[in-house]
Design a protein around this ligand. Sequence first.
Ligand code: ADP
Ligand code: MG
Length: 209
Amino acid sequence: MDHLTPALARSWILSTARLIEQNAQHLSDLDAAIGDGDHGANMSRGFQAVAKKLEGDAKADDLGALFKVTGMTLLSTVGGASGPLYGGFFLDLGKQCASRAALDAKDLADVLDSGLADIQRRGKAQPGDKTMVDALAPAIAAMRAAGDDIVTATRAAADAARNAATATAPLLARKGRASYLGERSIGHEDPGANSVALLLDALASATGA
Ligand code: ADP
Ligand code: MG
């Protein structure tokens, strides 16, 4: 397989909603350690709303519309710091994909990179600040390095995101609520980096990896 089609992208989003639901408690537990304990509930509320929209919205059958409805729904339902970041990310994907029928592995990495840039523009986080950026950036790099086969590329991205999320534990938080803890943020994984790992795991599952 060499393209992300609208059907696969839809199954990516729905699979993300399922994975978030299964891991909501874990995400909130991670957030309880260095934040306010709501990341799982925030993400779950958002992606359940997205799933409901997609299951009822026949119009979201091209990539641009699908990502746009995902972004708008996340923006209006997730809340917290992560809502505008995830919402803006998917709105950016929607803009990038407005006239694209499908994405090959390189297009997909380019589109995700643009979404990452949107997250960094809004949130001002740099790599190493202990945020979702720390999982997304290495995942996209791994996707690019893996080459043209989208199954291999998305699996490489998912593995990189998982490892990178784990590797946020020793970092000192410099952005978001966890940064208020200073040194006490050290030793705990970042919740948003973990939700990004789920997002990319769902992408790999959707392409069949
Ligand atoms: P809140 O912190 O408002 O309770 P959430 O708990 O839903 O929001 O999300 C927390 C996650 O959001 C963090 O783990 C981190 O990954 C991400 N985050 C917070 N601030 C930023 C930022 N400025 N840039 C990137 N990611 C951020
Ligand atoms: Mg929180």
